[in-house]
Design a protein around this ligand. Structure first.
Ligand code: NAD
Length: 303
């Protein structure tokens, strides 16, 4: 039997850990030896109100099971206070799981600035503020593990969720850059697009589907990615839920390369549009440098 992944003496911060996926992460890490900061603002899924109860219930559960945990009730927009709770209670931080989130579903036609701004504040600014506050500790100790939470809505778009989609794809760009900047300090960052039954999904999915999407089934992948044994999987994008785990990547068509002179017109592109969209010889770019190689080729093309 494979050895159980343990997190003894590590400090794990889980944002939005009062319910759904966050609770599943927090109780798991609490049961595997970690000291857990259970953050939750305790509001509604639309981001209204606040309460200490959500976080307290999970802290009690972890403690009753013999684990160690403290509650934090700040909004992720004040990430520095959440990380401060970890440092005050346990003296360090090893793992940050940016999970807190809300929805403000509304068609683009009817979207108001407040629907847009609140989603950006919680998802984008929230993930930034928590990671920013943890970063100096990660760098100093040359160890850190980050999970950011995207969504299929961000990767593919979703009717009525353009605010949420934009905020969720932002997690991908954010993670890719953290992965690049953190690598030499052994700070590993990955991003997941989970699917799980929670108050967020229970109104949009039928009960029989929800039964097969337990939040606990997202946890094992997250555990693998944030474990100290993971030193190579950095900047990965994963889809996870219902027992399925898969990695995603960008695919680029082999494309059309034209000489950039006066002949480079809209008609010239149209004439060979099939090359622009031909995925028969795909490329898998992973950084801006990959594009620069193409650009150099184009510049070297003779008259
Ligand atoms: P959930 O509503 O059960 O959990 C989110 C938690 O975040 C709640 O407990 C909420 O109180 C907390 N929270 C909200 N705003 C906060 C803030 N400003 N500060 C601190 N805590 C805050 O939903 P969930 O399904 O468990 O979602 C968890 C994460 O996964 C979210 O980021 C969500 O967007 C993402 N996600 C979920 C699914 C899914 O299928 N459930 C799919 C894609 C992405």
């Amino acid at each position: 039997m494979a050895e159980q992944l343990r997190f003894d003496d590590q400090v794990v911060v889980v944002t939005g850990a009062g319910g759904g996926l966050g609770k599943a992460y927090a109780t798991f890490f609490g049961s595997r030896g970690a000291k857990v900061v259970v953050n939750d603002l305790g509001g509604s899924f639309k981001g209204e109100g606040n309460s200490t109860k959500a976080a307290d219930v999970v802290v009690d559960e972890i403690k009753k099971a013999g684990g160690q945990a403290v509650a934090n009730y700040d909004s992720v927009e004040n990430g520095e206070k959440i990380i401060e709770t970890a440092i005050k209670a346990f003296g360090r931080i090893d793992v940050l799981i940016n999970n807190a989130g809300i929805l403000r579903d509304i068609s683009f036609k009817n979207m108001k600035d407040e629907d847009w701004d609140l989603i950006m504040k919680v998802h984008v600014k929230g993930a930034y503020k928590c990671a920013r506050a943890a970063w100096p500790y990660f760098r100093k100790q040359k160890y850190g593990r980050v999970i950011n939470t995207a969504s299929a809505a961000g990767l593919f778009g979703s009717f009525g969720q353009c605010n949420y989609s934009a905020a969720k794809l932002a997690q991908v760009g954010f993670t890719e850059t953290l992965a690049k900047e953190g690598a030499k300090y052994n700070i590993i960052s990955n991003v997941i697009a989970p699917i799980a039954a929670s108050r967020m999904t229970e109104t949009v999915m039928p009960p029989d589907v929800l039964q097969n999407l337990r939040p606990e089934w997202v946890v094992p992948l997250v555990a693998v990615l944030v474990h100290k044994s993971n030193t190579t999987e950095n900047g990965g994008i994963f889809e996870v839920g219902g027992g399925h785990v898969a990695k995603l990547r960008w695919e680029r068509s082999s494309g059309l390369l034209l000489k950039a002179d006066d002949s480079y017109t809209p008609s010239a592109i149209l004439k060979q549009w099939n090359k622009v969209t031909d995925f028969s010889k795909p490329q898998y770019p992973s950084g801006p440098a990959d594009f620069m190689t193409l650009l150099e080729e184009s510049m070297q093309m003779g008259p």
